[in-house]
Design a protein around this ligand. Structure first.
Ligand SMILES: Cc1cc2nc3c(=O)[nH]c(=O)nc-3n(C[C@H](O)[C@H](O)[C@H](O)COP(=O)(O)OP(=O)(O)OC[C@H]3O[C@@H](n4cnc5c(N)ncnc54)[C@H](O)[C@@H]3O)c2cc1C
Length: 415
């Protein structure tokens, strides 16, 4: 006999969205996570519902700048060369996906999924009565150098050809929108439809509260093993063994650690990212601002001014790299002029496949095990739609989105 229709491993934005979608559709749902809902990588991000962000980290410029990325200390993107040597499959596949042709194909696939993001997230925001956490004020991207401004052209063109709505601003227009910015502004692009969440962790907590109110169950324990049988899946949760109709692996960057789920075979890596928080400085800006050369966003959010971003390709278990924290604090002063010391800092783990596309679909081991991870820079944006798709898959229905680019068994390094 089954204990649950759907059991979900991981209560980040992806797992909690899935839990709420599935519970709202009347299924008997279990959410398992050793940590509180929304307390992991989903808590400390740049808060932006970035429906415009279809440009992957994979870019031809990475190939040209590789020596600096491997050995430099002052770049927004760094790659640990010892990590690269120990993880050749991920690294070589990542680099293969940096060709212009692949980068453009990835961008088209991301844009196609992003087009459904709001339809996946909005019903969850409404169900969780979390409208007050949503700010509809757009997003501003700025380039502070002439070379950066020129280099932005390709990405802007690609976004337009993917149907993303953007408005090019003059320097004066950008300054009047954000008078607190001290940076030189060589180019500015405004994404009017972008929104941000005042506190992503609170959004997930409210979604989880609604899930519980509807009868969803939560166990504060790790899923260590899943074993698919004919009509059900056995899962080991803490010290218990349970039966579910389907198991969803939504454990973010840790999704490869559940034995029997078929995830351990996939080239899942992590892009470590940081934030620093200035508790009293939230008033300085009106909306998320992405500074391209800095490699991070500044966001006015519930806890203050959060500067979140940068990419550090390294192991999950490495301690916080203080150089990355100092980097953000130093760049904050370039962006805003004199600033106090940060009130706190944080490290998170973006779950990243080498082709920067999420994994959404049935496992090669069993149709009853569904993968939902690898959302890299876009989990907050794409968690809602992923939850809806996964619920439809568990119901045996065909989602109205082409899932071929996101299949677990896709080729990860095709030319
Ligand atoms: C600096 C930074 C800025 C970002 N900015 C944005 C942004 O502005 N917009 C955006 O859309 N995205 C952004 N992202 C990306 C986004 O935060 C991630 O893609 C997203 O949080 C991933 O969500 P998740 O649910 O997959 O993983 P997580 O939030 O990591 O949740 C996974 C959960 O699984 C649990 N778990 C692990 N192993 C097990 C197990 N065996 N059994 C059960 N549970 C398990 C963990 O405890 C955790 O709670 C940013 C990321 C970073 C680091």
């Amino acid at each position: 006999m089954r204990d649950f229709d759907i059991a979900i491993a991981g209560a980040g934005i992806v797992g909690t969205s899935t839990a709420l979608w599935a519970q709202m559709r009347g299924h008997k749902v279990l959410l398992a996570d050793p940590n509180p809902p929304g307390s992991g990588t989903s808590s400390g991000n740049a808060c932006t519902i970035a429906t415009y962000a279809c440009m992957p980290v994979n870019d031809p410029s990475i190939l040209l700048g590789l020596p600096r990325l491997l050995f430099g200390k002052d770049s927004p993107l760094t790659i640990s060369y010892t990590h690269a040597l120990k993880n050749p499959r991920w690294m070589l596949s990542f680099l293969a996906n940096c060709s212009a042709k692949r980068s453009q194909a990835i961008s088209r696939n991301l844009a196609a999924l992003l087009a459904h993001a709001d339809a996946g997230l909005n019903p969850l925001i409404a169900a969780a009565s979390a409208e007050d956490l949503v700010v509809e004020n757009g997003q501003l991207s700025v380039w502070s150098s002439k070379s950066g401004a020129e280099g932005a052209e390709g990405g802007i063109r690609q976004r337009r050809s993917n149907g993303i709505h953007l408005v090019e601003l003059t320097t004066e227009e950008a300054r009047s929108m954000e008078p607190g910015l001290e940076l030189p502004i060589e180019r500015a692009v405004f994404f009017p439809e972008a929104r941000h969440i005042r506190d992503p962790e609170q959004l997930i907590q409210r979604m989880h509260a609604r899930f519980a109110q509807l009868g969803g169950q939560t166990i504060a324990a790790k899923v260590s093993r899943v074993t698919a049988h004919g009509e059900s899946v056995e899962l080991r949760v803490g010290d218990e063994t349970l039966q579910a109709g389907h198991v969803v692996v939504a454990s973010g960057a840790f999704s490869g650690q559940i034995s029997g789920a078929g995830t351990e075979r996939l080239p899942l890596g992590t892009e470590r990212g940081y934030h620093v928080l200035y508790a009293m400085e939230g008033h300085r800006i009106n909306r998320p601002i992405g500074w391209s050369e800095g490699g991070f966003y500044a966001v006015p959010m519930a806890k203050g001014l959060r500067l979140a971003g940068t990419v550090e390709i390294d192991n999950l278990d490495k301690p916080v790299n203080q150089n990355r924290v100092s980097y953000l604090a130093r760049r904050a002063k370039e962006m805003f002029g004199p600033m106090p010391d940060p009130s706190s800092h944080w490290l998170g783990y973006r779950p990243t496949m080498p082709d920067s596309l999420p994994v959404i679909g049935q496992s090669a081991t069993s149709q009853r095990v569904i993968h939902a991870f690898g959302h890299q820079h876009l989990g907050l944006t794409l968690g809602g739609i992923t939850g809806r798709i996964v619920t439809e898959l568990a119901e045996g229905r065909q989602p109205n989105i082409d899932l071929a680019p996101f299949r677990p068994d896709r080729p990860y390094a095709s030319g």
